[in-house]
Design a protein around this ligand. Structure first.
Ligand SMILES: [Zn+2]
Ligand SMILES: [Zn+2]
Length: 476
């Protein structure tokens, strides 16, 4: 079940080939989770329950690596890190007990997933090795083909050279025969001359010695030819023959010489699925929040998608209308689920609250938890009206948003300004917004730096027509 997902999901530390070592690395990474002491332990404890909800979803969907990361972060956060928080002792004992109970359950689950994960990584490694073998075999096939082609070329060249050699030998033989014939003719002519001198008495007495020499030549006819042949063997034969037959470099240089290593490199690079070995961007998780899974989402800042039903704002404004008419703000909690690594807002919870023209404070948080817990709802942000102002985040809003966003980087703030027919969906900027507000100790309305802006419109939110929002008005 889980194994079928291994190719589609991105994975951490895929450069580590040993399954055991890879799981250990994942464990080390998840244990590096840190606690921000500016955030109250109570917020962490509440968020812990949502981490478990998210981990369960990843596990059920077969994404056991992400489930393991979240369970491990959860255990490390609440067993090791949070108890060192300076305000831990003042945390609500009910929340501490609830999380302790979840920790007890999380240990065996994490251990079980660890076993599955080791098997999964072993399977991935086996597949990778099989793939590498296939590539190697393909390489060898290509090399063999090249070798065969080279052999054919070599033979063709040899045959051509043979033809040339035979032709030049035949020509040479012809020349020699021609030469021999000429020599024979010359010899014959000399003999005829000398015989005619013997028959001529006038010359006989003076030329006896010469005649003796000529009738007994120092070398036979054939020898004259032979003595001529060796001198002309070197000079007469065409040079091409010597070069081609005796110089091996001449043959090999006419055939493309591709070293195996070079060929391998070319073939491996041409296969874009593979990439250079040992290089993997996912080996160093850049996206690291205690609720994140290490693999960044596709949006700016590595955020996962947040889907919002398109009837949400209209329905919330309907519920808020009574307050809006009286110039009083209304606020609600956005809650929903995780599915396939994206968040879906499904509920707006309207708690008992106290509002003014520019503020709104929830009065009973327990009601919200009582509603959320049995439904496994995750808090995904908040929504409020600005009855007489435009849509923006005031300084008080930004501090409120910080609490949500510190617990879940994808948490959003929806601001509805019906008087201006405006709706803003905001988030604190991940660098300046989160750090400035996190460090700011002022309360009530106050000034923050304006440039760069500390909040911005969300880029990871998408409206869905086919989803319907459920309004849960807890004021009644
Ligand atoms: Zn506001
Ligand atoms: Zn401030």
């Amino acid at each position: 079940m889980a194994l079928s997902m291994q190719c589609s999901e991105s994975s951490l530390f895929s450069d580590i080939r040993d399954p055991g070592a890879r799981v250990r690395k994942l464990c080390d990474y998840a244990c590096q989770v840190e606690v921000d002491t500016a955030i109250s332990p109570k917020l962490y404890l509440r968020s812990g329950l949502q981490m478990i909800r998210m981990a369960k979803v990843y596990e059920e969907e077969g994404n056991i690596e992400s489930a393991f990361v979240l369970y491990t972060k959860f255990i490390s956060l609440f067993v090791e890190k949070l108890p060192k928080h300076p305000e831990f002792k003042s945390a609500p004992s009910r929340d501490v007990a609830a999380v302790r109970q979840k920790v007890k359950l999380a240990f065996p689950v994490a251990e079980q997933i660890k076993g599955k994960l080791t098997k999964k990584y072993a399977e991935i490694e086996r597949n990778r090795q099989a793939e590498e073998r296939q590539i190697q075999e393909e390489l060898e096939r290509q090399q063999e083909k090249l070798r065969q082609e080279e052999e054919i070329r070599r033979r063709q060249q040899e045959a051509e050279e043979n033809c040339l050699r035979l032709a030049s030998e035949a020509k040479w033989m012809q020349e020699q025969e021609q030469r021999l014939l000429e020599l024979k003719e010359q010899e014959m002519m000399k003999n005829i001359d000398s015989q005619s001198q013997i028959l001529d008495p006038a010359n006989n007495a003076n030329q006896t010695g010469l005649n003796n020499q000529n009738t007994k030549p120092s070398a036979p006819h054939g020898a004259l030819g032979l003595s001529f042949i060796p001198n002309n063997l070197d000079d007469g034969r065409p040079k091409i023959e010597k070069n081609l037959l005796n110089d091996p470099s001449r043959i090999s240089s006419s055939v493309p010489n591709i070293p195996d290593r070079e060929l391998k490199k070319n073939l491996v690079i041409s296969d874009s699925r593979l990439g250079p070995p040992g290089v993997d961007r996912s080996s160093k998780p850049t996206f690291d929040h205690f609720t994140s899974i290490g693999v960044p989402g596709n949006n700016k800042g590595g955020l996962r998608d947040v889907f919002v039903p398109s009837d949400l704002v209209r329905k919330f404004l309907g519920v808020a209308e009574h307050n809006t008419m009286k110039n009083i703000e209304t606020c609600g909690i956005l809650a929903g689920k995780l599915s396939k690594n994206a968040f879906y807002i499904s509920h707006v919870l309207i708690p008992k609250q106290a509002g003014t023209s520019d503020s709104c404070v929830a009065e009973d948080e327990e009601d919200i938890l009582m509603y959320q817990d049995p439904r496994d709802l995750i808090t995904l942000g908040w929504i409020h009206t600005h009855p007489s102002q435009t849509a923006f985040l005031s300084s008080v809003d930004m501090h409120n948003q910080y609490g949500y966003q510190a617990m879940l980087p994808e948490a959003i703030a929806i601001v509805c300004a019906p008087k201006f027919n405006e709706t803003g969906i905001f988030t604190l900027t991940q660098d300046r917004g989160m750090s400035d507000i996190g460090c700011c100790r002022e309360r009530g309305f106050h000034q923050h730096c304006k440039t760069p802006p500390l909040f911005e419109s969300c880029s990871n939110v998408k409206f869905l027509d086919e989803m319907r929002i459920e309004m849960a008005d807890l004021r009644k």
